[in-house]
Ligand binder design. Structure first.
Ligand SMILES: [Zn+2]
Length: 242
């Protein structure tokens, strides 16, 4: 496998070269798993490819950093101080605080502080932290969904339904035939525009049960950019699942 490297400031970019007799242009691909690769016509000198990579270095590094960031966020949660947690689309640092007495998690500036009694803090706090965090998210989810449902229901022209908060994995919301809507608390980690998509999606099911053309036309009248929101939610989904 042919490789080369260029130096951009203090950062070295290593890349793989794929040559092809049929190719006429040079193109660069940055892949989360394979890194940087450059496809080029068979006879292109390496010096010329280095120059192309150097010219695109800023763009390449931006992508590499994004991937590193995503990988970091997809690590299984350990429920320890310093970890990032999302709430309404904003990132907060978890701070596990040793504290006796009552009280649940609180947001202070950019951090979510989770108090853990000193009898737990010494041994295995992760399970206790997880439990408290999930409870906190469920309460925030209940507040948020009740408010958003009440605000969207008139626009979907349906009566305000009963709202239930659940923890089903891989499902953001479900609507039963008796008119109750179940929302996954995990959605409250997402930005409000995506929460609103989930809310409108389920409210619209109170009028149209399945995903028919009529159904999507209804959603489209209420949220004209619903396709973008759905795409964003799909992309964010794996990061919400813990
Ligand atoms: Zn649906």
């Amino acid at each position: 496998m042919e490789q080369s490297r260029v130096l951009f400031g203090a950062t070295e970019i290593l890349y793989t070269i794929r040559r092809s007799l049929r190719r006429r242009t040079v193109s660069i691909v940055v892949d989360a798993n394979l890194g940087v690769s450059v496809s080029a016509p068979a006879a292109t000198p390496v010096g010329r490819l280095d120059a192309v990579v150097l010219k695109k270095a800023r763009w390449i590094l931006k992508h590499l950093q994004e991937f590193a960031h995503l990988k970091d966020r997809l690590q299984p949660k350990k429920f320890v101080s310093g970890e990032a947690y999302l709430f309404l689309g904003r990132e907060y640092r978890l701070e596990v605080v040793s504290q006796d007495g009552r009280g649940g998690p609180v947001v202070v500036g950019d951090s979510i502080q989770v108090p853990v009694g000193s009898h737990v803090a010494g041994s295995q706090p992760a399970a206790a932290v997880r439990e408290m965090l999930e409870l906190w998210y469920r309460l925030r989810a209940a507040e948020t969904f009740l408010e958003r449902v009440a605000s969207w229901a008139p626009r979907v022209e349906v009566p305000v339904p009963r709202v239930v908060i659940r923890g089903q994995k891989r499902r953001w919301g479900t609507c039963d035939c008796r008119g109750a809507i179940r929302f996954n608390w995990r959605v409250v980690q997402a930005p409000e525009r995506l929460i609103d998509y989930v809310v409108v999606h389920e409210l619209a099911h109170l009028r149209e049960k399945n995903h028919s053309k009529t159904y999507w036309a209804l959603v489209g009248r209420i949220l004209p950019d619903y396709r973008d929101r759905r795409k964003e939610l799909n992309r964010l989904g794996p990061h919400l699942d813990w």
